[in-house]
Design a protein around this ligand. Structure first.
Ligand SMILES: *Cc1c(COP(=O)(O)O)cnc(C)c1O
Ligand SMILES: [Zn+2]
Length: 420
């Protein structure tokens, strides 16, 4: 990654300080464009920048959204004034109650359920939307495990673009309804997410959807950059400090790899002091190809067929799996998985201790926090941040529950119920 301080980019630069795309595998560079794979080695591409010098004060003076970090993203300087959902700058919650219960001294939950469509996907879509505008796409699309579909249809509605999104049939009702309400087309395909994703790649190759921007396929290189804002916010909200331990859910692994990229950029820009941090990846046992590879000491990830309540993380063939393994190894972290009952227990634990209702992906990270603390893998003295990436209201069926008692409105009956 080439990072050098230069003059500020012109205010009109459509991609801000982003200068080129570079191949993660062979380093080949390309002009900024809707490319997602290297022509030479088929490796994934990433955005490289000629960053301007930037201070903490300049960032803090920016908007209360992810656009405070616009100078560190492939977006124009005036991005906040364009019609978009202005996601980000969600709460970093001091989770002292949960920490005391689990025996860890400094614990925070980064609660991304606070985004406009209630998941972290609004961040990645916001950056992909700018790329779509720059490339002149008129339809916004994606293959989704649920949350992305709603983030895309909502962003397209606000931006005045058409949306047509693809999901596997059988997703949670909360996610399907949410994706449908914004007026775009939602197509359920009979198959797994991995089959939906393959279908989208075929659709692009076929040329049938020439003016379509698939946020996580042909715009994936830009999309990924949106996740860096989680790293930036966590560091800023900790008082411009990197956390010592991070627990991040893994679906395709894009979010985890870009949070690491974000931390590295903050260090190189001198916005935080370099200190060691460990990244821990979290999966559901019913879809744990990366955790399985980690435990076996493999460098490649063998695809699986998902079967878990954590549908937002149900990607059996994660594109960034090998990079996740690299990052967890390099930072001294690990990859762990938890079963569906452990996920439900963890959702209830977080709700009971902190008043935060997480979706199943949040149950996965909190469950892995609990498991790795019990196993002595996490340091209970280290400053730790756990991600909650989505809202429990979208995955109600996973938790169930109902009233403690259903009675007639009479004092006598209430006394009999034994609650006073
Ligand atoms: C998409 C998603 C993730 C992680 O996705 P990656 O593909 O690994 O970037 C995590 N949590 C939720 C709730 C999601 O919807
Ligand atoms: Zn390459």
């Amino acid at each position: 990654m080439a990072i050098t301080a230069t003059e500020d980019p012109p205010a009109t630069a459509p991609f801000g300080a982003a200068a080129r795309l570079s191949c993660r595998e062979c380093g080949e560079t390309y002009d900024l464009g809707p490319r997602f794979a290297c022509e030479f080695c088929f490796g994934p591409l990433q955005v490289a920048y000629d960053f301007p010098a930037i201070t903490r004060e300049q960032i803090a003076a920016g908007p209360n959204s992810m656009w405070r970090y616009a100078p560190l993203l492939p977006v124009p300087a005036d991005v906040a004034s364009k019609p978009n959902l202005n996601p980000g700058f969600t709460k970093l919650i001091d989770a002292g109650n949960l920490g005391r219960e689990l025996g860890i001294r400094s614990l925070h939950i980064k609660d991304d359920s606070g985004n406009p469509t209630h998941s972290f996907k609004d961040r990645v879509v916001a950056v992909a939307l700018e790329a779509a505008r720059n490339f002149g796409y008129t339809t916004l699309s994606c293959s989704s495990t649920g949350n992305l579909a709603g983030a895309v249809t909502a962003a397209a509605a606000r931006a005045g673009l058409r949306a047509c999104v693809f999901i596997p049939a059988g997703l949670e009702q909360g996610k399907v309804v949410m994706a449908s309400v914004y007026g775009g087309d939602v197509v359920a395909l009979e198959g797994t997410y991995d089959e939906v994703n393959r279908f989208c790649t075929e659709l692009i190759g076929d040329g049938a959807a020439e003016d379509w921007g698939f946020v996580n396929v042909n715009l994936r290189t830009f999309y990924g950059e949106g996740s860096k804002t989680l790293a930036f916010e966590i560091a800023e909200q900790l008082g411009w400090r990197l956390p010592e331990q991070m627990i991040i859910p893994i679906a395709s692994g894009a979010q985890l790899t870009k949070i690491d990229k974000g931390f590295q950029e903050l260090i190189k820009l001198g916005l935080v002091e370099e200190r060691p941090y460990k990244i821990f990846g979290a999966q559901a046992t019913g879809c744990s190809p990366v955790a399985t590879a980690w435990k076996a000491g493999h460098e490649v990830v063998k695809p699986v067929k998902p079967d878990t309540i954590a549908k937002s993380l149900a990607i059996g063939n994660p594109a960034d799996g090998p990079y996740v393994l690299d990052i967890c190894k390099r930072t001294g972290g690990a990859v762990e998985d938890v079963s569906d009952p452990e996920i439900v227990d963890a959702i209830k634990l977080l709700a009971r201790t902190e008043g935060v209702f997480a979706e199943t992906a949040g149950g996965v990270t909190v469950g892995v926090l609990r498991k790795l603390l019990a196993a002595g893998v996490l340091d209970p003295e280290a400053e730790t941040v756990v991600l909650n990436t989505g809202d429990g209201l979208k995955t109600l069926d996973a938790v169930g529950g109902g009233p403690t008692a259903t009675i007639r409105p009479s004092l006598d009956e209430f006394r009999k119920a034994g609650l006073v």
